[in-house]
Design a protein around this ligand. Structure first.
Ligand SMILES: *Cc1c(COP(=O)(O)O)cnc(C)c1O
Length: 380
């Protein structure tokens, strides 16, 4: 059966170049980077070379990169790590209501542990309220965590403005850039971002590898204790091949970053145009906002999303309800809810996320099938 993968925001297909590099390395570069002998040094060299490569693309220093296992760990490490490092400053956190669950649920748990969290609203276009954010800043605010681009709608947040707002304060500005990394060039220092979370599997790298950027003027307490790796900020033997694969994926993405974005933009425009022209009573959630070219969140009136996703899956089309982390649990999307969608709209919205290799033919196959399914659903 034909397989059309339109769930790239959940994870991407690892690139052939990345696999090749990793495989080669797995069989010969097996030393522990902390060992002092030849093979240890070889592994250390791979890790440090990749660290500097990544730092170069972000315009930061190697020592400002901390390797992790991905997005969830990165978000936990920065938020909890900052609160523990700056507990003398206070216990207040500012975040938004549309964060990924790895930020949101961490904050909810922190509230149970005695921290205070302010959750900033978004407007109907999915953009955080800057005025409210500004008014929420307090003397005891330790960290502001606002995502770079939302994983369900693709809506980009006013990161530059927030960076400016916090520039001359001692508050750490963290952004979850898991969706945006490698889709556009991000220079944290220009944007006055102090901490960034990244995960390799969202840009054709391996799963279970990621990093955080942390400005050298800020501290975090470690979350995983026992080893002095990553300048004593994250214990554990480095995932040498995961790190190498991630570096290779970044290198590959940056070689053609603008061409890929232009291509994805064309595919997205084609997809949305066909849907608008050929299916009645639909809406693109967050359409009016600046969005990533890879994510389209679609409301289809009169279609139960669970039924629709199953019908698409039977035809070999992989898409998601909202975020992959919630699939299975028939929970409404908190992101769309905060944008003011009605309960009927919430039950009839889903995410299509294209990738660098998505073709017009695949979009045609998807839209043709979607049209048929919608017709059947609405006819019931
Ligand atoms: C996927 C994702 C995460 C989680 O990353 P993992 O590597 O799967 O832990 C965090 N934030 C956003 C915005 C994501 O899209």
């Amino acid at each position: 059966m034909k397989l059309v993968y339109l769930d790239n925001a959940a994870s991407t297909k690892i690139s052939a170049r990345v696999v090749e590099k990793m495989m080669e390395s797995y069989s010969e570069n097996y030393g522990n980077p902390s060992s002092t002998h030849k093979l240890g040094q070889k592994a250390r060299a791979t890790v440090e070379k990749t660290r500097n490569l990544i730092a170069g693309y972000l315009g930061v220093e190697g020592k400002e990169i901390i390797f992790t296992s991905g997005g969830a760990e990165g978000n936990n490490l920065i938020i909890r790590g900052a609160l523990n490092a700056y507990d003398y400053k206070g216990k207040h956190i500012i975040t938004s209501k549309i964060e990924h669950s790895t930020v949101l649920k961490t904050c909810q748990q922190l509230e149970r542990e005695g921290y205070e969290v302010t959750y900033i609203d978004v407007d109907e276009n999915g953009v955080v309220n800057l005025e409210q954010l500004k008014n929420s800043i307090r003397k005891d605010t330790v960290i502001v965590s606002i995502m770079y681009a939302n994983n369900e709608t693709g809506v980009k947040q006013p990161i530059k403005e927030i960076g400016k707002m916090l520039e001359n304060t001692s508050i750490m500005f963290h952004t979850d850039a898991v969706q945006a990394m490698c889709k556009e060039i991000i220079f944290p220092k220009d944007l006055k971002i102090d901490a960034v979370t990244v995960a390799a599997h969202k840009f054709y790298g391996p799963k279970g590898a990621g990093f955080v950027y942390l400005d050298k003027n800020f501290l975090i307490e470690k979350e995983i204790w026992g080893g002095s790796q990553e300048r004593n900020r994250r214990a554990g033997t480095e995932n040498v091949q995961g790190i190498l694969g991630m570096g290779t994926a970044i290198e590959e993405a940056y070689e053609n970053i603008h061409e890929i974005e232009t291509r994805e933009e064309k595919i997205q425009e084609y997809l949305e145009k066909r849907i608008k022209n050929e299916i009645e009573n639909i809406k693109i959630n967050g359409e009016k906002s600046p969005r990533l070219k890879t994510i389209t969140n679609l409301y289809i009136k009169g279609c139960d999303i669970q039924t629709l996703l199953i019908a698409l899956d039977l035809r070999g089309i992989c898409v998601s309800g909202g975020s992959a982390c919630m699939s299975g649990a028939h929970e409404d999307s908190h992101v769309l809810k905060e944008m003011g969608l009605s309960s009927e709209e919430l039950g009839s919205s889903f995410r299509i996320s294209i990738g660098k290799d998505t073709t017009i033919e695949e979009i045609d196959y998807f839209v043709d099938n979607l049209k048929e399914i919608v017709k059947i659903e609405r006819g019931k």
